[in-house]
Design a protein around this ligand. Sequence first.
Ligand SMILES: Nc1ncnc2c1ncn2[C@@H]1O[C@H](COP(=O)(O)OP(=O)(O)O)[C@@H](O)[C@H]1O
Ligand SMILES: [Mg+2]
Length: 235
Amino acid sequence: MTEDSLMKRRAEEPIIAVENLCKQVTTSEGTLTILTSVNFSIKPGETVAVTGASGSGKSTLLGLLAGLDVPTSGIIRLAGVSLAELDEDGRAYLRSQYVGFVFQSFQLLPSFTAQENVMLPLELIAAADPGLKARALLERVGLEHRLQHYPRQLSGGEQQRVALARAFVTLPKLLLADEPTGNLDSKTGRTIIELLFELNQEKNTTLVLVTHDEALASRCERMIRLEAGTIQEEV
Ligand SMILES: Nc1ncnc2c1ncn2[C@@H]1O[C@H](COP(=O)(O)OP(=O)(O)O)[C@@H](O)[C@H]1O
Ligand SMILES: [Mg+2]
């Protein structure tokens, strides 16, 4: 095998792969199966929409991919590493290296300024110049005039732009976005979506986007549709 073909093969290795993923939780009414036998893999740089009715398991799936939650059975490989082989600290480390997450509810820390919120993931990995890098990303999302504002002093759209800057500042290979425009008016939502796709192009970030919006889903290269915890359709 030549060095070239080896490089190519490496480049095509999935950034994330799941096999027979199952998630059950115990409730007062017994065992609830949220995900059953989910299988897929995603290549670096791809854009993938995850769709499905409310309650179909989309957020649960994203939480598992990020290593924020553990599956009942099945395998998740992030950048070739099986998450099951890691303890919580190990998963947190891998996540800090590879994954950015954007939530519907922004999830900024209220007592930190916009710039401090964006600096946090850099500080976790002891990156150089966190202040400068955070500032550059906030400028990129059009918030250079809001660096020292606290989340409560920002509009919903501005808060989500801070959250996007925070998710991208470490240049993660994988960005997971769970209905990122769900709490925004449609115009503000469009701005956020454009930013997501622009950053995907600029930084070659793999994008996994949970959305109810069919038009938006069809902008992604692939679509995974969940129904009652299984993949109903993949296009
Ligand atoms: N920790 C939990 N305990 C009990 N039920 C849960 C838990 N997490 C999720 N569920 C249930 O699992 C189903 C899937 O949830 P979720 O992944 O949030 O769906 P989606 O994001 O597609 O709306 C829902 O019916 C939800 O109520
Ligand atoms: Mg959800």
